[in-house]
Structures are given as structure tokens and as C-alpha cells.
Design a protein around this ligand. Structure first.
Ligand code: GLU
Length: 417
């Protein structure tokens, strides 16, 4: 096994096997839950600005829909593989179950490098990919959303393409849209808000003073930046942040908005005035209260797990910690609030957006964030309850809770015919 995606998928499947064993699930049900219900691979030909045609490969993996329509984001990234998308689809099934949303799990991806493409090339890619998967998605079938390197604009193009194909405006086909075309207030910062709630709750439960708690964040995209902003507003101290080009450290605390202004100007957080430049590796190993990996998978691995010095890791990204690293962190007493709980704020507000679209009404930002906060606190407590009931860490506790809920749904529905 050499590919990154394959390793990631193996990790996700192994963790599931462990949970299935603890829950004593029967063999057939295990097999059923390990196999995605539908896997779609499409070619996405795009006329590039130069006039030549490039063919990209796109995927949509629908893992399970026993608890409701498939739900999950679409990522554009050069490293996208079918194995990676499959692993992420399975994680979505567990995530929607942890926060008890009436959704299943799916994920999509197109292997491309959006950083090297123009806006109109990305638009044509998005529209053609949407057309290619239009028959398998739908407001009551499968509802996409943003993920790595896709954003509200991408979602607007998906909505428009789908609506054109169906001949009717269909905002409920996708979540994470701009607010003026049916997006929800609070959706853009929802994942980060959920991450911040997890930091707050973890501080409470693990008795770490929240005021001035030191926080390092890997990744300064939508999730990392907004988490920094919210946690800073709430009184924590953001001591280090990074992006794909490198990181910065300032023990006195950074002002997230100022760092963002600098990143907009220079395309990176690196060389921010008053801060020391550090590498991404160094950021992960800082002596801080909370470490928030908010970039991509497999960042905390067997290679660096014994050097991590954070008290608690709150996973803003999907799959940032490998299962080998998990074991080392557990032995060293480092707590991990796992991805399927920590970053579930995004899909939670996606659910609120979808409901608002279906019913053609709007919630205020305050109402959205209040509901999100309540849902995250409830899920956090339920995960802790499962962890202590089974005497396992939070990752296993969250998975046990999720798999239990999904298995219960599958068992009630039965296998047809
Ligand atoms: N891509 C996000 C995630 O991984 C959001 C998914 C959604 O809102 O459907 O959770």
C-alpha cells in the first residue's frame, strides 16, 4: 500500500472494525456498512482558457443513507483519489450520526489544482462535473456542500447548473451557498464555530482555563481562519497559525484579522510582522493548550506523535491523525476531540440551510448559532458519555455512538427484498 488515500481508507475501515467488534455487530451488517452504496466516477472535460481541452476525473461516493439523504462536501485538490473520497464519505456517515442529523454520508472530489486554474476554468469544471453527477444527486437524494478548495461561489454554480437542467430554481440541492441565493446565515463560519465550541467544552471538562488558553492552528483557510477569529473573540490566545507555505509564531498572541489582511496581500501568513517564521512541522509540535489541525488528512502520524506537546487536539480537518499516532497520543495522555465531532458544525448548519430552503423561510444568524451551539454541546456530552461507558478515548466513543445509531437505522429498515 503506497498511496496516501489507500492508507487513509484502511485507517477509517480499521477503526470501524474495532467499533463494530465492541458493539458486537453481526458479520453481514459489518460488510454492509463497510461498502459504499454507490460509487460514481466521471470524466470532466474542460475547455481551458488557452483553447485546449483538459480532462479531469471526478468522483461522488455515496456511503450510506439509512438515516436520511446522502450529505457531504466536494473537494478540488491535486491529491484526490477514489480511496480518499470513499474514506471521507464514510466519515460523513459517522459525522451526521454523531450530531444526530437526518442525513447519511457522501463525498465528492475532482482531481485538479484550482490554484493553477482561472476563475472561468473552475466555473466550467464545476458546471460540467455537476452535469455529470446530476442524475445521482437531488434535494432528497444527495446534497453536496463545500470542502477543501471549494466555496460558496462553487456552490452557487452547482445550484445554477442543477436548476437549469431541471428547469426550476432548486436551492435545496446544495448547502454552503452565498446568503443571497438561499445560503444560511452563519454557514461560512459554522465549522469553525463548532470547533470553537469543542475547545470551550474541552477546556471546561479537562479543567484548562479557557481565558488566554494558548492555541496553535494548522491551516488558514475557511476553517482555520474563522476558528482563530472566533476563539480570539472569546478570549483565547492564538499563538501560531500556518498555511501550505509555512507558519508564524507569536507568544503574545496574534490578531487573526490582521494576519488575514497580510495573507490576502502576500498569499501567505509567512513573514507577518512581529511574528517568528516557523515550519508546519514546528507548529504541530508547539507547547500549547490546544492544537487545531485545520488543513488536510494525515498530519499527525507515527513520525511526529511522540513530539506533540499540546494538551488537547481538536480536529478541524477530516482525518488529520492516523490511527498509529492516536495510540501514541493516548499513551502520552494527550486528548483528541475527533473530526467527526469537532468539525461537525459545518454539516449541522448545512442541515439548517437545507431545512430553510425546503420551507422557504429564513433563520437569523443568532438563531442559527444558538441551535448550532446547543447541538455541539449535546453531541460533545454524548460522546464523553459513550467514552466513559466503554472506557475508551473520545475518538472511539464518537465512533461507537455513530455506528450504533447507523446500525440501529439499518436494522429497523431491513434489507430489501
Ligand atoms: N465538507 C464539510 C465536512 O466535511 C461539510 C459537509 C456538508 O455540509 O455537507 O463536514
Amino acid at each position: 500500500m503506497n498511496g496516501k488515500g489507500e492508507r487513509f481508507l484502511k485507517d477509517v475501515l480499521d477503526r470501524f472494525d474495532e467499533a463494530a467488534e465492541t458493539l458486537n455487530l453481526d458479520e453481514g451488517l459489518r460488510e454492509f456498512l463497510k461498502t459504499p452504496k454507490r460509487v460514481v466516477t466521471v470524466s470532466v472535460p474542460v475547455k481551458m482558457d488557452s483553447g485546449c481541452v483538459k480532462v479531469f476525473i471526478g468522483y461522488r461516493v455515496q456511503h450510506n443513507n439509512a438515516r436520511g439523504p446522502y450529505k457531504g462536501g466536494i473537494r478540488y485538490h491535486p491529491d484526490v483519489t477514489l480511496e480518499e473520497v470513499t474514506a471521507l464519505a464514510m466519515l460523513m456517515t459517522w459525522k451526521t450520526a454523531v450530531v444526530d442529523l437526518p442525513f447519511g454520508g457522501a463525498k465528492g472530489g475532482v482531481k485538479c489544482n484550482p490554484k493553477e486554474m482561472s476563475r472561468s476554468e473552475i466555473e466550467r469544471l464545476t458546471r460540467r462535473y455537476t452535469a455529470a453527477i446530476a442524475d445521482v444527486i437531488g434535494p432528497h437524494i444527495d446534497i453536496p456542500a463545500p470542502d477543501v478548495y471549494t466555496d460558496p461561489q462553487t456552490m452557487a454554480w452547482i445550484m445554477d447548473t442543477y436548476s437549469q437542467l431541471k428547469g426550476a430554481p432548486t436551492p435545496e440541492i446544495v448547502t454552503g451557498k452565498p446568503v443571497h441565493v438561499g445560503g444560511s446565515e452563519g454557514r461560512e463560519e459554522a465549522t469553525s464555530y463548532g470547533v470553537a465550541v469543542c475547545v470551550r467544552e474541552a477546556a471546561k471538562k479537562f479543567k484548562i482555563p479557557f481565558k488566554n488558553a494558548s492555541i496553535a492552528i494548522q491551516g488558514y483557510g475557511n476553517v482555520g481562519y474563522n476558528a482563530a477569529r472566533i476563539l480570539h473573540d472569546w478570549g483565547a490566545k492564538i499563538v501560531a497559525v500556518s498555511d501550505s507555505k509555512g507558519g508564524i509564531l507569536c507568544r503574545d498572541g496574534l490578531i487573526p484579522e490582521k494576519v488575514m489582511e497580510h495573507k490576502k496581500k502576500t498569499r501567505s501568513v509567512v513573514n507577518f510582522q512581529g511574528a517568528e517564521n516557523i515550519s508546519n512541522e514546528e507548529l504541530l509540535e508547539l507547547d500549547v493548550d490546544f492544537l487545531i489541525p485545520a488543513a488536510i488528512e494525515e498530519q499527525i502520524t507515527i513520525k511526529n506523535a511522540d513530539r506533540i506537546r499540546a494538551k488537547v487536539i481538536v480536529e478541524g480537518a477530516n482525518g488529520p491523525t492516523t490511527s498509529e499516532a492516536d495510540k501514541i497520543l493516548a499513551e502520552r495522555g494527550i486528548k483528541v476531540v475527533p473530526d467527526i465531532l469537532a468539525n461537525a458544525g459545518g454539516v449541522t448548519v448545512s442541515y439548517l440551510e437545507w431545512v430553510q430552503n425546503l420551507q422557504r423561510f429564513r433563520l437569523s444568524r443568532e438563531e442559527v448559532l444558538k441551535r448550532l451551539d446547543d447541538k455541539m454541546v449535546k453531541a460533545f456530552d454524548e460522546v464523553l458519555e459513550y467514552s466513559s461507558r466503554y472506557e475508551v478515548d473520545m475518538r472511539k466513543g464518537a465512533l461507537l455512538l455513530a455506528v450504533h445509531r447507523v446500525a440501529e437505522a439499518v436494522n429497523s429498515l431491513g434489507i430489501w427484498p
